[in-house]
Design a protein. Structure first.
Length: 107
């Protein structure tokens, strides 16, 4: 399993990337537009992104904020966002990992 390190929800997009701090993923200077963040694992065997945890800068991303972004196909890597190339919900699986409920499929 590979780690894609961190993610944030900025506006209506999820941005994933290997960064030291969550704010390095921001595409604007407006910290108010970030709804939360966390960590991300990628399982290359099942093509699954596993979102979990929280951000010390922005707080924990809520599942109710994550689901519509994935449904609307607005998940990007920090590199793919520059070319407006989202990660297709038809090619990848997305899961929210909860301490209390386990893995929750997001589509």
């Amino acid at each position: 399993m590979d780690i894609l390190n961190k993610f944030i929800i900025e506006g209506e997009r999820i941005i994933l990337g290997k960064v030291d701090i969550h704010s390095e993923l921001m595409q604007t200077d407006n910290k108010e537009s970030v709804k939360g963040g966390g960590f991300c694992l990628y399982d290359s065997v099942t093509n699954t992104f596993i979102l979990f945890g929280g951000s010390s800068e922005f707080g924990k991303a809520k599942i109710q904020d994550i689901k519509p972004v994935i449904f609307n196909n607005k998940v990007y890597t920090d590199i793919g966002i520059a070319n407006d190339e989202p990660l297709s919900k038809h090619e990848y699986n997305f899961v929210y990992r909860s301490k209390h409920q386990g893995d929750i499929p997001l589509l």
